[in-house]
Write a protein that binds this ligand. Structure first.
Ligand code: GDP
Ligand code: CA
Length: 333
C-alpha cells in the first residue's frame, strides 16, 4: 500500500511512527513542512524535516521531542559567552553536524530534496521524506509593536514570544512562487491513501498546502484523504496551535479545524485507483473524505466528510497505532 502523509514536526513524526508500526510493508512518503526553516550562524536549519528524520530514525530526544538524544550544548554555551544569540533557539552539538552537512550541500548547489535524501541515508527513517518544496519559503508572523506592525520569523514568535503576542497575520513568505519538490505531486496523486496527521493546521499542514499545486493535488487525488485532529476538547494537545488558529479566524475545536480543511463531498470513498469522478464527485470543494476526532469531540460535523470519534492521545506507540488504524478504517483501505 502506498501511503502519503503531510507532516510538521513533533505531532506529525509521532503519528508517522504509528503508521510504520501499523503498516510495516507500506511504501510511505512524507511531505514535510519547510516553513519553519531558519538560517542561524550561517547554517540552514530545517526543524520539522529533522524532527521526522530523527524520530523515525531513532535519534530523537525522547524527553524533548526535538533534537538529538544524548545531546550537549557546548557550542551554544560558547556562543552565549560571546553574547551571541539567539538564546531562544536550541542548537545542540550533535544536531549542529546535521546543519553543517546540510548547509555545505546547499551551498554546493544541491537542492534540498537531495540533501534530505543524503541525511536520511544515515538515519534510515523507513519513509521517503520529501521537503514540500526546494524553494525557500519561510513563515513570518505579523505582530503589533510600538511603531505599528512588525514581522518576525515564525521561530521567534513561537519560541521567544511563546505565541503569547497575538498574530495579526501568519504569512508563508514566497510560498506563492514556490514549486512543489520533485515527487510531491505524484506521491499525492498515486497514493492509495493520503493522511493529514495531527500536525499544526496552520503553520505545518497549512504551509504545505500553500505551495501552489499541493492543495489541488490533495483535492483531486483518487485516493481517500483522512485527517486526524490535533485539537482535543477545544485545546491543542501540546504547543500553541490555538494562537495560530485564532490568527486565521478559526475556532480552536476539532470540528472547526475539520471544516477549515473542508470535506470533499464525495458520495462514497472510491476504491483505490478508481477515479474520483466514478464515485460521483463533481467539483470537490475541500480536502477530507474522513476526519478523525477524539471521543470527547464526538458529534463534530464536517459537511462532505465522514467523522469518526476515537481516542486520539498518542500516549504510546500502541495508542498511536490504534489511531492510524482508525484513520485507515474511515479511508476504507
Ligand atoms: P510541530 O511542528 O512540532 O509543531 O509539530 P506538528 O505541526 O506536527 O504538530 C503539532 C500538533 O500536534 C499540535 O497542534 C498538537 O495539538 C498536536 N498533537 C501533539 N500530540 C498529540 C496527540 O497525542 N494527539 C493529537 N490528536 N494531537 C497531538
Ligand atoms: Ca514545526
Amino acid at each position: 500500500m502506498r501511503v502519503t502523509a503531510l507532516a510538521g514536526g513533533i505531532g506529525g513524526a509521532r503519528f508517522l511512527r504509528g503508521v510504520l508500526a501499523a503498516l510495516p510493508d507500506a511504501d510511505v512518503t512524507v511531505i514535510g513542512n519547510t516553513g519553519d526553516d531558519i538560517t542561524l550562524h550561517g547554517l540552514r536549519i530545517c526543524p520539522d524535516l529533522d524532527t521526522v528524520m530523527y524520530t523515525l530514525g531513532g535519534g530523537i530526544s525522547a524527553e524533548r521531542g526535538w533534537g538529538r538524544e544524548d545531546e550537549s550544548f557546548v557550542v551554544a554555551e560558547e556562543l552565549a559567552a560571546y553574547g551571541v544569540g539567539p538564546a531562544w533557539f536550541g542548537l545542540g552539538d550533535r544536531d549542529l553536524a546535521t546543519h553543517l552537512v546540510r548547509t555545505e550541500m546547499l551551498d554546493a548547489g544541491y537542492p534540498l530534496t537531495d540533501v534530505v535524501r543524503a541525511l536520511c541515508d544515515r538515519w534510515q527513517p523507513g519513509v521517503r521524506l520529501l521537503p514540500m518544496t526546494d524553494d525557500r519559503v519561510e513563515t513570518h508572523v505579523v505582530i503589533a509593536d510600538d511603531d505599528g506592525q512588525r514581522a518576525v520569523h515564525f521561530q521567534e514568535w513561537w519560541l521567544r514570544l511563546r505565541a503569547a503576542v497575538p498574530a495579526q497575520a501568519i504569512v508563508p513568505l514566497r510560498a506563492e512562487t514556490a514549486k512543489p519538490a520533485p515527487g510531491v505531486l505524484d506521491a499525492i496523486g498515486e497514493a492509495d491513501v493520503v493522511l493529514l496527521p495531527p500536525s499544526n493546521p496552520v503553520v505545518s499542514i497549512g504551509t504545505i498546502l500553500a505551495v501552489p499545486g499541493i492543495r489541488d493535488a490533495v483535492r483531486e487525488t483518487a485516493a481517500p484523504v483522512v485527517g486526524v485532529s490535533p485539537i482535543i476538547g477545544g485545546a491543542a494537545v501540546r504547543g500553541m496551535a490555538d494562537a495560530c488558529l485564532t490568527a486565521i479566524g478559526v475556532e480552536t475545536s476539532a470540528q472547526a479545524v475539520g471544516v477549515h480543511y473542508g470535506g470533499r463531498g464525495r458520495a462514497a470513498v472510491p476504491a483505490a485507483g478508481e477515479p474520483a469522478a466514478a464515485a460521483g464527485a463533481a467539483a470537490p470543494a475541500g480536502l477530507l473524505d474522513g476526519w478523525l476526532v477524539d471521543t470527547v469531540d464526538a458529534g463534530a460535523v464536517v459537511p462532505g466528510a465522514t467523522v469518526l470519534a476515537r481516542p486520539l492521545l498518542m500516549t504510546d506507540l500502541a495508542a498511536t497505532v490504534a489511531i492510524v488504524r482508525s484513520a485507515l478504517e474511515i479511508a476504507g483501505v
